[in-house]
Design a protein. Structure first.
Length: 178
């Protein structure tokens, strides 16, 4: 008797899974300019089956979780600003944005000089809001590293972004949320 009920249930399992995995039509309505999906990540280490080590998520390198669309900053509880450094923030950005390889060139006084050797994805394929989200994420985090007030990024200009020097003042109106 139980086996018969189980067999009937198993017949409907593929249908149930198909319905559960179906497309969410609301995602189709999100405009290409919505960048909140990028910044709405949580700062937590990823678990690994072998408990002897952890895989650290890209977000764990950030000082701030930046959401350019909502103009919010959320402090990363996993990292202290005094322990933050340029290389770890760059590493986190490169892991988060794998198609944009950011390289450190040098630090001169309070200015960090960087370059993006292959900027086509960044300048032409992220839409108009993608580069602004990336720049906000990069500049706000890198200027949170003690001693860095300006970030100069050199890359080949494209349709949606041009090289330049940015400071925290270039991203006004951000509020800190808990």
């Amino acid at each position: 008797m139980i086996e018969i009920k189980m067999m009937k249930l198993l017949k409907f399992l593929p249908l149930i899974l198909l319905c559960a995995c179906g497309s969410n039509n609301n995602d189709d309505k999100i405009a290409d300019t919505d960048t909140s999906r990028i910044a709405d990540t949580i700062f937590t280490p990823l678990a690994h089956p072998d408990s002897s080590y952890e895989i650290v998520s890209a977000e764990s390198y950030y000082i701030w979780e930046v959401n350019a669309a909502k103009k919010t900053l959320k402090k990363n509880p996993a990292i202290a600003t005094v322990n933050a450094n340029i290389d770890s923030v760059i590493s986190g950005l490169n892991r988060q944005y794998e198609d944009i390889l950011l390289q450190k060139v040098t630090v001169k006084a309070d200015t960090l000089q960087l370059r993006i050797p292959d900027s086509d994805f960044f300048t032409n394929q992220m839409g108009s809001s993608g580069p602004s989200q990336y720049l906000a994420q990069a500049v706000i985090n890198l200027t949170s590293v003690p001693g860095i007030k300006y970030v100069q990024i050199d890359f080949r200009e494209g349709s949606h972004a041009a090289p330049g020097t940015w400071s925290r003042k270039d991203f006004p109106g951000y509020i800190i949320i808990q």
